[in-house]
Design a protein around this ligand. Structure first.
Ligand code: ZN
Length: 604
């Protein structure tokens, strides 16, 4: 463990101040307003712009909606008029070579890892939400000056940007300065000022730090032990780290969850219950296992997506959607490895890993949308579908995380059956990236051909570009893992929650009797066959034959349901047929058949 006040890389010796400077001040915590001063040398009719999305999270977020109207002056105090020309762009009426100072405020009250947040407990920001880019000067080096103000005086700052200069870092009045080579580097480094539990650990000579804010009672020694194993495994897996130091930024809350990858850090938000307890068992509880999986996932992204990137991400246009059909590789393979690495690094045992894999398979089996959207389409439409889930998502879409992870498994087992592995393919991808190459649609089939002598054309056509059911049971059986399928019943194809008003329908399964009769998500079912609707009553219609003889319907085999849609009472007639959902468990059937894929791991 280590107590220090600055989480950053080595100081930069710099003779000249970078041409662009952002000064962020946090004096208006009650109103959640960050004051920003931006100084630079302008070009004629200089434009400023703010990203509309943040790398790693594929949704147009319109960060500029929280930016106040900027004002600008020159060094000679001449007021410069500013015209807003698009939703996220401003044009300054200035001359070439003029020194310009721009002021504006940003409303910051988004607790997520993609936004900015300011109150009396915490100042946090992704610079993509806060720092207006100077158009045409995005490649210019930038100074980020953070004046924490009285509320945060003497509190630590977590940031993995390089501190600018020792002389300018003054902890007594809490001003910190960091340098970024360009705008892309600037926005890849969130920072946080708050009460933090700080610790550091070394992994193969690389310094790793962790800063945990929020209310929590983390068993820090246990967390460091497990994280060190995971990080060491991942660096050794690829052979080299694409960073010189690494920072885990963690915010503990009641129930929020999420993570965002950056090149040499990750920002995580987690339920405090997921952090290891003082008496955490040797085999992590499922909550802590989830947190370790999140760390493993975001850390893996330092290689896969931050360093190994699709061609479409070579130069990111942050003002509009950037489409790729390969998120199933970047998010899917990362999701495959995040849990597998917990096992391989010795943090969880094999039965715990099989439990996680079974959960992944169950999610896939219960997703009716898998028959209607391919992985490739799911990746492409992330902007409008995955990131905008609604009551129909389960019926119409497939997740490139979930199915992508299982494609990772299927490809791994396919390659292993032919003498290679997904591990080998990942290392080849890393090699290509080190040579400056990006992934295209041909890269992975080409590499498979190189590794096993086949392009695996059917595999891509059926499982990535098509919606053919994944042959999971068959493939797992071939490596000695038995799939045990259990059936779970959705009465009438409905998933509901009971309230004092009745049964609120959360989801109606596609093609079920409920869907065909017209029952819809958000309807409140109040009576079934003339009796007040309860979970227990609905359950009577849950036998797989579809009809419970004890629950006699007045209309023969047809069932009458009354439900409110908004404030209007509606009547639905339907045949009482239940829908079957599969739940999966996995067990080792033939230990002698197990390949390297699940070979015993000696805890490190
Ligand atoms: Zn991810």
């Amino acid at each position: 463990m280590q107590q220090n006040n600055l989480l950053g890389r080595n100081l930069v010796d710099s003779d000249s101040k970078p041409p662009i400077e952002y000064i962020l001040s946090f004096n208006q915590v009650g109103q959640h307003l960050i004051d920003v001063t931006l100084s630079f040398t302008a070009r004629s009719q200089q434009e400023l712009w703010l990203p509309v999305w943040v790398p790693g999270s594929y949704l147009i977020r319109e960060f500029s909606r929280h930016v106040s109207t900027p004002t600008a002056t020159t060094s000679t105090s001449r007021q410069i008029s500013i015209e807003k020309i698009t939703k996220n762009r401003w044009r300054l009426d200035c001359h070439d070579g003029e020194k310009v100072v721009v002021h504006y405020q940003v409303y910051a009250f988004d607790l997520s890892v993609r936004g900015a947040y300011l109150d009396h407990t915490r100042a946090y920001a992704n610079p993509a939400c806060v720092c207006l880019a100077v158009a045409g000067q995005e490649n210019v080096s930038t100074l980020l000056t953070i004046q924490s103000g009285q509320v945060f005086a003497r509190l630590p700052i977590a940031c993995s940007l390089r501190p600018y200069s020792a002389a300018l870092i003054n902890e007594t009045n809490s001003t910190y300065q960091f340098i970024a080579h360009d705008y892309d580097e600037l926005i890849d480094h969130p920072f946080e000022i708050a009460e933090q539990s700080l610790a550091s650990f070394d992994v193969l000579g690389i310094e790793h730090k962790i800063a945990i804010s929020g209310r929590h009672r983390t068993n820090m020694p246990r967390l460091l032990t497990d994280l060190e194993k995971i990080c060491r495994y991942e660096i050794e897996f690829f052979g080299k780290a694409p960073f010189q130091d690494y920072l885990f930024m963690v915010m503990a809350t009641g129930s929020s969850y999420g993570g965002l990858e950056h090149q040499n850090c990750t920002s995580l938000i987690t339920p405090r219950e997921d952090l290891p307890h003082a008496n955490e068992p040797v085999q992590p509880a499922s909550a802590y296992r989830r947190f370790l999986g999140l760390c493993s996932h975001e850390y893996f992204h330092s290689w896969l997506v931050k360093f190994i990137r699709p061609q479409e991400f070579a130069v990111l246009d942050l003002e509009r959607e950037v489409y790729t059909r390969m998120l199933w590789v970047f998010e899917g393979f990362t999701s495959y490895y995040d849990d597998l690495i917990l096992y391989r690094s010795g943090v969880i045992d094999r039965s715990a890993y099989l439990e996680l894999l079974a959960e992944q398979i169950t999610r896939y089996q219960q997703n009716a949308g898998r028959a209607h959207q391919s992985l490739s389409d799911s990746s492409f439409d992330a902007w409008i579908k995955y990131y905008r889930p609604d009551e129909n998502s389960q019926n119409a879409t497939t997740s490139y995380y979930n199915k992508g992870a299982l494609i990772g498994l299927c490809l791994d087992l396919t390659l292993r059956a032919r003498g290679s592995s997904l591990d080998a393919l990942m290392r080849e991808l890393y090699k290509l990236a080190q040579q400056g190459q990006y992934l295209t649609a041909h890269t992975i089939p080409d590499l498979c051909e190189k590794l096993v002598g086949e392009r695996l054309t059917d595999f891509w056509q059926n499982y990535v570009d098509g919606t053919t059911q994944l042959p999971l049971e068959e493939m797992l059986s071939a490596v000695g893992v038995q799939t045990i399928v259990e059936q779970k019943v959705w009465p009438l194809g409905l998933k509901t929650t009971e309230t004092s008003h009745g049964l609120t329908i959360q989801q109606v399964l596609r093609d079920s009797v409920g869907a065909k009769a017209g029952l819809s998500a958000h309807d409140v079912l109040i009576a079934i066959d003339g009796i007040r609707a309860t979970t227990a009553l609905l359950g009577q219609w849950a036998d797989s034959a579809g009809f419970n003889a004890n629950a006699c319907s007045k209309a023969g085999n047809s069932l009458t349901c009354h439900a409110f849609r908004r404030d209007e009472l509606m009547v639905f007639q339907l045949q009482p047929v239940a829908s079957i959902m599969q739940t999966v468990r996995l067990s080792i059937a033939n230990p002698e058949q197990l390949t390297d894929w699940l070979a015993p791991v000696n805890p490190i």
